[in-house]
Design a protein around this ligand. Structure first.
Ligand SMILES: [Zn+2]
Length: 297
């Protein structure tokens, strides 16, 4: 009996492990795929891919070790070649895997400002990386975009349409998003994240006020599903909630500045509890207050 119970438990655990692995990939609409990032294995960013008649467009390249896991997942869904990878922005968790896709035959696409940022801040971050072991960048190279756009770019083969739209500066200077009007799906990059770990608000080119404006603008688009840069899938409500969080910090920081408060005073006194999971990370909130304080002065 005891043996049976242990064997049953083992089988259940195996099934759970297989299920949780498989559940990282999800088809949002026919030919539109979402791959869920996982912070625990240093693949925190989400990824997407869209099947066109003749090729695949990937959204966000992850870290190189993430890209190496994503590639076979894409191949399970299609035999079409991966021609393009769109980086929503230059941060390493979304772009450092570019070379893995280039070696598989793809060209990297992003906004002109994103490309400039990757060549400067992104390259500096890559060069500074001292990690060893499985998360070392040493075995890889940083591949830069070979296709850039100003305000936008459209992939449309008559059946499928993906609109790349520059929405930054917000989370970074060159933020852009991928919008699928027919399927009503938006890949929003890190303009919005939907997890308890907070958002990175401290890029030196972040523009928090324009960021709020961009989120509220996208919340008015015809969108059913939002795939964020990190965390679970959401809706336009998620965009509004991220906007409200940033806007609230901005307003409270500006009010505090007028009365001579320091960032440390503000970190202690600002109440963000009404923003739920968006304010669940105390270090994330503190970092946002400092970043916004520096911009608002
Ligand atoms: Zn990110």
């Amino acid at each position: 009996m005891r043996r049976f119970t242990i064997l049953t438990l083992f089988a259940v655990l195996l099934f759970a492990a297989a299920y949780s692995q498989g559940s990282r990939t999800r088809e949002l609409a026919p030919g539109v795929w979402f791959w869920q990032g996982n912070r625990d294995v240093q693949q925190p960013a989400n990824c997407g891919w869209v099947l066109f008649r003749d090729y695949v467009l990937v959204i966000d390249a992850n870290f190189p070790w993430g890209a190496r896991e994503i590639l076979p997942e894409i191949k399970k869904t299609t035999s079409k070649p991966i021609r393009f990878v769109f980086d929503t922005h230059y941060h390493g968790d979304h772009s450092y895997g570019n070379s893995v896709f280039v070696d598989a035959g793809a060209a990297i696409v992003c906004s002109q400002d994103c490309a400039n940022e990757l060549r400067t801040k992104g390259q500096a971050g890559w060069d500074k990386n001292t990690a060893t072991g499985e998360f070392s960048l040493k075995p890889y190279r940083l591949e830069h975009p070979s296709i850039v756009f100003g305000d936008g770019m459209v992939f449309d083969d008559g059946e499928r349409r993906v609109e790349l739209k520059r929405m930054g500066p917000g989370h970074s200077k060159g933020d852009a998003v991928a919008y699928l009007p027919k399927e009503r799906i938006l890949f929003a990059g890190d303009l919005c994240v939907n997890w308890k770990s907070g958002n990175n608000t401290s890029d030196r080119d972040a523009d928090h006020q324009n960021w709020v404006r961009a989120l509220n603008e996208m919340a008015r688009w015809d969108v059913r599903t939002v795939a964020h840069g990190h965390g679970a899938l959401g809706t336009t409500d998620t965009l509004r909630t991220q906007a409200a969080y940033l806007d609230d910090i901005w307003k409270q920081v500006v009010a505090g500045l007028r009365t001579g408060k320091s960032p440390d005073d503000l970190i202690k006194s600002i109440d963000l509890s009404r923003h739920g999971d968006f304010a669940a990370s105390a270090p994330g909130n503190a970092s946002a207050v400092r970043a916004i304080y520096a911009k608002a002065q």
